[in-house]
Ligand binder design. Structure first.
Ligand code: NAD
Length: 472
């Protein structure tokens, strides 16, 4: 692991491989690859006991070929410039891959979240927001942060409130950050969007007989087994959607250890147990490993699908040869090093790349941003109109056939779409189309899906630069 190349270097290795299939001029490729802006700030925050602690934060704006730039903020004890730059680059390619008209960005604050009180965390996030605003690194048309590891609706709400307080007279302050509670301009379906997108992506991947055959798998999700690393926002929601569609969750890895049970684990129950302060290793299972470090061995457990949804570089050259999964579904950002990916691809493992598979979050964030700019809930204009039209169609069919539909038919058909229905439909459309676009480019170039996804992304970013007349 110590020899693992830097994260940004790894992203650029993937980029270079895809770029070798394209004939774009070097200057253009160099411009796309470089990170445009990295802002590092160190600011003082008063702790509850009166001490002053200096907190380090970053915001990287990788590519401003489209504005605003977009990317989550994470709270981790190991936050650093390399990581934030690499993640910002992945955001650029991810947005381009799924046709979200944003440039890529990422933010991080170096804190171990559990070591701070709620009041201290609130002061840290409000001050970080102030720092971003002062440097013109936040705003609905400039740079729109969102949630990532350690950030939920509560933290986003603090940041949104601070931004609004610092921006008097601005019409759309809510559009300066996504992942807000619905009561503060958030969109229904955002919290579970990344997990739901992972589910749609996996469902699409396993529906193609030609791709399942070499893996020795039947098509469809029903009956497949999955091991999940990280039961946070992405892992928990993806696990819930997969389980609801017949996937058996046989392994879960968390900070405190890992558990495996071939009879299946109840994701919902385990999530609730942990949320109530319980530990994963309290759960009765066929195999229990104590300790987060040791628990990483669980990545090697037998399963059809391995879903890393916690940290980067957890699948590396040392353990890639022992991974038994036939499909790796990258819920987390950068969970597989470039060396490990080569080993796995050689072994015939189907790798669903992060820049496609976890794009559901930014997709629904885009919907939230549009809602904030238009100041209108999705479905408000058309919902009742649609319901009335559908009712008239049913009545016309009744008139023509002389038959009567019962009330249940009217209740299920004579309805209009609610905001959540529209958001989920837009997400499904994005993930399904994205899969086939990525797969087609991979097929044309006889390459893996990640290379296909990078080719799609590079072509779109290059086009945006060309449209601006900067490059021939
Ligand atoms: P989260 O903080 O909600 O969840 C992460 C989970 O991983 C937590 O439950 C944590 O306890 C667990 N974890 C931490 N260290 C671990 C270890 N050593 N072993 C096993 N588990 C460990 O974060 P999240 O939002 O779910 O993000 C997870 C990953 O998905 C990150 O890479 C993030 O960048 C990526 N991602 C998140 C979103 C989103 O919308 N939240 C979108 C795209 C990508």
């Amino acid at each position: 692991m110590s020899n693992t190349p830097k994260f940004f270097t790894q992203v650029n290795r993937y980029f270079d491989r895809a770029a070798s299939f394209l004939d774009h001029p070097d200057g253009l490729l160099d411009q796309i690859k470089e990170c445009n802006v990295v802002y590092h700030t160190a600011f003082p925050v008063k702790m509850d006991d009166g001490r002053i602690e200096v907190i380090h934060g970053w915001r990287a704006q990788h590519s401003q070929h489209r504005l605003p730039v977009k990317g989550g903020i994470r709270l981790t004890s190991h936050a650093n410039e390399d990581e934030v730059t690499a993640l910002a680059a992945l955001m650029t390619y991810k947005c381009a891959m799924v046709d979200i008209p944003f440039g890529g960005a990422k933010g991080a604050i170096r804190v171990e979240k559990d070591h701070y009180s709620d009041a201290e965390l609130e002061r840290i996030l409000r001050r970080y927001t102030y720092e971003l605003v002062q440097k013109n690194c936040m705003g609905p048309t400039i740079d729109v942060p969102g949630p990532d590891m350690g950030i939920g609706e509560r933290e986003v709400a603090w940041m949104a409130d601070t931004y609004a307080a610092l921006s008097p007279g601005q019409a759309s302050t809510a559009g300066a950050i996504t992942g807000k509670p619905v009561s503060q301009g958030g969109v229904r379906g955002r919290t579970e969007a990344t997990g739901r997108g992972v589910y749609f992506g996996l469902r699409e991947a396993v529906s193609i007989a030609e791709d399942m055959e070499p893996l020795g798998l039947e098509t469809g999700l029903e009956g497949k087994t999955v091991v999940i690393q990280g039961l946070g926002n992405v892992g928990y929601h993806a696990g819930t959607f997969l389980a609801a569609d017949g996937v058996k969750v046989v392994g879960i890895l968390e900070r405190e250890g890992a558990i495996y049970d071939s009879r299946g684990l109840d994701v919902e129950e385990i999530y609730r147990h942990r949320m109530a302060g319980g530990s994963l290793i309290d759960i009765e299972a066929e195999e229990v490993i104590e300790g987060g470090g040791e628990g990483a061995r669980g990545l090697e457990w037998e399963c059809d699908i391995l879903l890393p949804a916690a940290l980067e570089s957890v699948i590396h050259a040392d353990n890639a040869g022992r991974i038994q999964a036939k499909i790796i579904a990258e819920g987390a950002n950068g969970p597989t090093t470039a060396d490990a990916a080569n080993i796995l691809l050689e072994r015939g493992v189907l790798m669903l790349p992060d820049m496609y598979l976890n794009a559901g979050g930014v997709t629904v964030s885009y919907f939230e941003w549009i809602k904030n700019l238009t100041h209108m809930r999705f479905g408000r204009m058309e919902r009742r109109f649609e319901a009335a039209s559908n009712e008239r169609i049913l009545q016309a069919v009744e008139g023509l056939t002389g038959k009567r539909f019962n009330g249940d038919v009217f209740e299920s058909v004579a309805v209009g779409a609610k905001e959540e229905d529209l958001v989920n439909s837009g997400l499904e459309e994005t993930m399904v189309n994205g899969y086939h676009e990525m797969r087609e480019l991979a097929r044309i170039h006889e390459a893996d899906l990640r290379t296909g996804a990078f080719i799609v992304a590079i072509r779109k970013v290059a086009l945006a630069y060309r449209e601006r007349g900067i490059f021939p």
